[in-house]
Design a protein around this ligand. Structure first.
Ligand SMILES: [Zn+2]
Length: 232
């Protein structure tokens, strides 16, 4: 009973620490084999499975009879979980595995544990930044889109090339993301948005708030400006 109270104290502490940093926390059924909770970024482009290991003091963390069954990419060890001032250590699963100690009982039963000297380290202590940012970033979205497009069976470069050619064909007129998506029959409107933002940084492309030459709405549009040397 005492053990379960410690576990809950640690879990809710971790949930609070993640929540106040902007993560959307989803606890799971406690006796499920997977993660103890999931932390989702604002736009749900990232969902991190997290194991919560709570201890009443700075003890070894029991890891069970096999390292192969360890789940979840992220592990948070909370010590002094029952006190007013718990301390958390944020580790990856690989770090837990690499630092695990193997022991054998007299009866020959193998068990693994994580000793305090392996997890109670400054680089892990309250190192919530290791999880990344819960807010979406342009770079992350672009990566996510690339993965999403690959899973759709298309190639990232092909879509980018199509979008670039379409804008260059329309030059010197500017067009909006929606019209690009509709004309290129992109499955998800967001894809055009990501591509035009990618192109906006390239030479010759200009992205701005203006009238779209196709739908005539005032929106974010992108146009291609011919180069001085006449090359397109
Ligand atoms: Zn338009």
């Amino acid at each position: 009973m005492r053990h379960q109270l410690t576990g809950n104290s640690g879990l809710y502490h971790v949930a609070r620490e993640l929540s106040r940093r902007g993560w959307h926390v989803m606890p799971t059924v406690r006796n499920a084999r997977g993660a103890d909770l999931y932390a989702a970024s604002d736009d749900e482009s990232r969902v991190l499975p997290i194991q919560s290991k709570a201890l009443s003091k700075k003890d070894p963390v029991p890891l069970g009879g096999s390292l192969d069954t360890l789940r979840s990419d992220w592990w948070v060890v909370t010590i002094y979980a029952n006190t007013a001032a718990p301390t958390c250590y944020v580790l990856t699963k690989d770090e837990v595995k690499a630092a695990a100690h193997r022991g054998m009982s007299e009866a020959g039963k193998v068990s693994y544990w994580l000793p305090p000297k392996s997890y109670a380290l400054p680089q892990y202590q309250e190192a919530w930044d290791r999880l990344g940012s819960p807010a979406p970033t342009a770079n992350l979205e672009t990566q996510t889109t690339a993965v999403a497009l690959e899973s759709l069976g298309g190639s990232h470069m092909t879509v980018l090339d199509d979008v670039r050619e379409f804008i260059q064909r329309k030059a010197p007129s500017a067009v909006c993301d929606d019209c690009i998506a509709d004309n290129l029959r992109l499955s998800v409107r967001q894809h055009a948005n990501h591509k035009t933002r990618e192109l906006a940084g390239a030479f010759g492309f200009s992205r701005r708030q203006d009238v779209c030459s196709m739908c005539k709405n005032v929106k974010k549009v992108i146009g291609y400006v011919h180069r001085h040397d006449g090359q397109v």
